[in-house]
Write a protein that binds this ligand. Structure first.
Ligand code: FES
Length: 99
């Protein structure tokens, strides 16, 4: 295969990989952690997701106020707001979600 064809194959392979990764990210469910009051819970949420092997299925992200400022840590999953969250409660929630 000449150098020109090799470059095209590399470009097409990179495009295919990019499309695959974008699709995986778009398909992931969002677990939103309130940034203003629960920022310190972000690594806990990321660890819980990783521990359950859900890193490709659940994307942890920081968000703005979720409206339960006295209940930190506060997060939102599937449109429901959860307060006074712990790592154990989050793992139970994710297990029950059947991802
Ligand atoms: S600042 Fe976190 S719920 Fe309002």
């Amino acid at each position: 295969m000449d150098a020109r064809k090799t470059r095209w194959v590399a470009v097409l392979a990179a495009l295919a990989l990019g499309i695959f990764l974008a699709g995986a990210a778009l398909g992931a469910e969002k677990l939103l952690v309130c940034g203003p009051c629960s920022r310190s819970f972000l690594p806990v949420a990321e660890k819980a997701v990783a521990d359950l092997g859900l890193s490709g299925k659940v994307q942890v992200a920081k968000t703005s106020c979720l409206g339960d400022c006295a209940g930190a840590p506060v997060l939102e999953f599937r449109g429901q707001v959860y307060s006074r969250m712990t790592e154990g409660k989050l793992k139970d929630l994710l297990r029950k979600a059947k991802l």
